[in-house]
Design a protein around this ligand. Sequence first.
Ligand SMILES: [Zn+2]
Length: 209
Amino acid sequence: MPRSAYERSKGVETVTWREFPLGKGIALSILDESTPGGRQLKGQRLLDVLDEAAGLPPCKLTVADRPQRHRTRGGRLELKTYGYYRIAWEAAPQRGTIRIYNLTAIRQQVLAPKVFLETLLHEWVHHYDFTGLQLDRSPHTSGFFARIRDLAETLGVGFVAPPKRDVSPVATAADDVEIARPDALRPGGVPPPQWIRDQVLALFGHRRS
Ligand SMILES: [Zn+2]
């Protein structure tokens, strides 16, 4: 019986390269950018290097000049997401897109350089999970965070990666990931059947539009 995506995600702690990614200079130069345009340009350059070096299909980056989406409860920040990863699952070749908000949720300040770069690497590891490891979902396991650290160290920017963390079961659903299935893309705006929407909700939490 094949191991579940969760078990496989947990068991892989490094990123495997076809050729060594020469992205160190670009990664460092991203830390000098603060505008959405500058971050998008250099961030896309880094994604292209990573995809080429890992032999993956391309991943398109959008950096939006908007605050992060967030949810408050009783006036307090309850949940916020720095960015999103979206995969067109059964398209050939698969296409990934990353969207990052350049402003913080409440105070609407420009995202700190390290936080921006960490978010970019985080979302790219989701791309790696789907198109490289061929997982059918990309949960936030301990292995997932180990892959981000490994990637950051490979790029000479290990200081942006979070320290080793214990992942509680609650935190394992990746609510920054959206999978676009063919049913959701049917022309004419026909929504996917309810059972598919329920399944996606059960696996990934709320769909983002
Ligand atoms: Zn994530």
